[in-house]
Design a protein around this ligand. Sequence first.
Ligand code: ZN
Ligand code: ZN
Length: 234
Amino acid sequence: MLAELLDIFFPPVCPLCEGGIAEGLFCKACSEGLSSQKILGPKCGVCGTPFVSASSPDHTCGVCQTQKMPFVNFRSALAYNGAVVEAIHSFKYGGKVILGRPLGQLLAESINLPVTPDLIIPVPLHKKRLRTRGFNQALLLAREVSRRLGARVDYTNLKRLKNTAQQVKLKTDERRENVKGAFALKRPGDVKGRAVLLIDDVYTTGATMMECSKVLKKAGAEVHALTLARTVKV
Ligand SMILES: [Zn+2]
Ligand SMILES: [Zn+2]
C-alpha cells in the first residue's frame, strides 16, 4: 500500500537516464542498451574470453592452455561497450552511487558459478582514492552478489598498499608493472582452503584481477573471479 502510494507521488525513475520506468531496474531503452552487451556466446572455460565463432563450444583458449592462471575461472556479465561504458562511467566517476544497486543486481542475475563461494572479496581501492571517490564501486557490486548467493563479503582483508596511477591512463605492460606488489592480505589465514569470489567492476588488461588473484592463491584460496564488464575484441 505504502509502496503503491509512493509510486503515484514519486514515480520510479531510471537510475541511468532519469526517464520513467514501467518495470525492472532501468527504463526500456537503457535496459535494452545494457542487455545488448550481455556476453552469451561460447567462451574459454577458464578466462572467460568470448570466442569469435558463435558455433564453437566452450573450450580452453590458447592462452590458458599454455599459461597457468591464478584463478579457477573468470566471468564477466557484459561487454564493455556502448551503454555499459556510459553506465560504469557515471557510476564510478560521475558520483552516481545510486547505480551500484541495479548494476550489482544485473551482475548477480548473470552469474552461474560451479561452486558457492565461502567468501566474496571486492578489489580494494587505496584509502586515498577511497577518500576522494567516497565509495568503492567493487564493494557496492559485491554486496548485491552477496545478497543473491548468501556468501559473506569481506572488504577488510585484501588491502591496496600502493596508491597506483590510474590504470585507465596506462599501456598493458605498464599496468602490470603498476600493480605489482600493490595488494596484500591482512589475514591470509582467513582465505586458506576457501573458495573466494573476487569481484571488480571492469576487466581491461586483467592486470589488477591477475595480481589480486595471485595474492589470494598464494594464501591458499581457490579463486573465482567476476566482473560486471570486460573489454572484448570485436
Ligand atoms: Zn533509462
Ligand atoms: Zn582462456
